[in-house]
Design a protein around this ligand. Structure first.
Ligand SMILES: [Zn+2]
Ligand SMILES: [Zn+2]
Ligand SMILES: [Zn+2]
Length: 337
């Protein structure tokens, strides 16, 4: 029998992880997401607005909602076996949340929530990280997609959190590089990158409140900005209240500067890289990565043949030039708001 919310020829509910033995990474498979809503036409249909069945009569934001169309669930359907190498699968056990960042439907971006609001959003993610640790999960990834160019289906300001049973591939690659460097040089690779970026200053966008934001020497996306805590910490849960505020201030400034570069909303993806939840990772360093995707006004950078097919990015300007434009944009933000 067809289960509610499940479409397609395969009416069985499937939420599972499949192992890609060629790239050594997990793919998350869920067929309950096929019935995901695409852009509600009116505010009254918005699931993140007060008055909706999910939100009810709340009067304060941010708040956490369970994702109605999760890739991972705490009690995934039982598998009929895990398969045999090379075609191996695992239950899609995890949790997917939406953080509704504001009660206002039309707020254009997270930066408009203000420093206090952004600090509260970060605290939500830190609390969730603390809880996920207690439940034996492997990782907590906080991310945010901005703009229809990156496939945002609901414009009400929100970000997402995936609590996963595995460590994401990109973080694993960073951990491997950082571990090698740590063994070789006895210091943190990220602290060293930060030190070099601050020493040269060429690509630094801002510094203050215990955080620095810079366009990395090796940027992939046109307006890619990384935000590092100056203190060597691994997890959001290790940040003091003042540091959370410092991070919120840096984030608000960077996001406002991104919108000012072309005087139009910058489509971006934001992801927080923290250490895995199980084990000790003294060689790792918490940071936020933001990938601003416009390379010119109205020109979007696509991850296409070389990027998708080869895995290596092409950069059509220089990261130094992008940093200079971001610093100028930030000055305009500070002068005119
Ligand atoms: Zn709304
Ligand atoms: Zn470090
Ligand atoms: Zn990273």
């Amino acid at each position: 029998m067809r289960e509610p919310g499940v479409k397609g020829v395969n009416a069985r509910r499937v939420i599972e992880l499949r192992w890609d033995p060629t790239l050594s990474e997990w793919v998350m498979i869920s067929n309950i997401r096929e019935s995901r809503p695409w852009r509600p036409t009116s505010e009254s249909a918005c699931p993140f607005c007060p008055g909706s069945p999910e939100v009810g009569e709340r009067s304060e934001a941010p708040f956490l909602l369970e994702n109605r169309f999760p890739m991972l669930v705490p009690d995934p359907p039982r598998l009929d076996g895990v398969g045999e190498y090379p075609l191996v699968k695992a239950p899609g056990r995890g949790e997917c949340y939406v953080i509704v960042e504001s009660l206002e439907h039309d707020l254009p971006d997270l930066s408009f929530v203000g420093v206090d609001g952004v600090a509260k959003v970060i605290e939500e993610v830190a609390n969730l990280t603390r809880r996920a640790m207690g439940e034996g999960y492997a990782y907590v990834l906080w991310f945010r997609n901005r703009g229809e160019e990156v496939g945002v289906s609901l414009t009400h300001p929100h970000s997402q959190v995936y609590v996963t049973p595995f460590t994401p591939s990109k973080v694993l690659r960073e951990l491997t590089s950082a571990w090698r460097y740590f063994r070789l040089r006895g210091e943190c690779l990220f602290c060293k990158v930060l030190k070099e970026e601050l020493r040269s200053g060429e690509r630094v966008v801002l510094e203050g409140g215990g955080f620095a934001a810079f366009v990395p020497f090796y940027a992939h996306w046109p307006f890619e900005v990384h935000i590092y805590p100056e203190r060597h910490v691994q997890l959001l849960t290790q940040l003091s209240r003042e540091e959370v505020r410092g991070l919120a201030e840096a984030l608000v400034k960077v996001l406002k500067a991104l919108d000012k570069v072309f005087d139009k909303p910058m489509p971006y993806v934001l992801a927080t890289h923290q250490a895995p939840l199980r084990g000790e990772y003294p060689h790792y360093h918490l940071h936020i990565e933001i990938y601003g995707m416009l390379r010119a006004s109205g020109k979007l950078k696509y991850a296409a043949g070389m990027e998708q097919g080869g895995g290596n990015f092409t950069y059509d300007s220089t990261p130094e030039d992008a940093a200079e434009r971001l610093r100028q944009a930030l000055r305009r933000v500070e002068e005119h708001g």
